[in-house]
Design a binder for this molecule. Structure first.
Ligand SMILES: [Ca+2]
Ligand SMILES: [Ca+2]
Length: 80
């Protein structure tokens, strides 16, 4: 499995605007919109956001940690 830690750190640098180390929905929604635009094979639409977010938020505590995001990036073979 590829190492997504550097990529995850880059994405947190970009999207964790309040710098608290986790991503809330409003922060990662920007990334979601980029995925809709750039990864058509994921077949995502704006309506899927809630479902998509909950799928990444494995422990369902309402925020995305670097570990959770890293596993998601791996699952879709994300490349920057
Ligand atoms: Ca944050
Ligand atoms: Ca979580």
């Amino acid at each position: 499995m590829a190492d997504y830690s550097a990529l995850t750190a880059t994405l947190f640098e970009k999207f964790d605007t309040d710098k608290n180390g986790v991503l809330k929905q409003s922060e990662i929604e920007v990334f979601f919109n980029e995925l809709i635009a750039s990864r058509s094979e994921l077949a995502l639409t704006a309506d899927d956001f809630e479902k998509w977010y909950n799928a990444i938020d494995e422990n369902k505590n309402g925020t995305i940690t670097p570990d959770e995001l890293s596993r998601y990036l791996s699952s879709i073979n994300y490349t920057a």
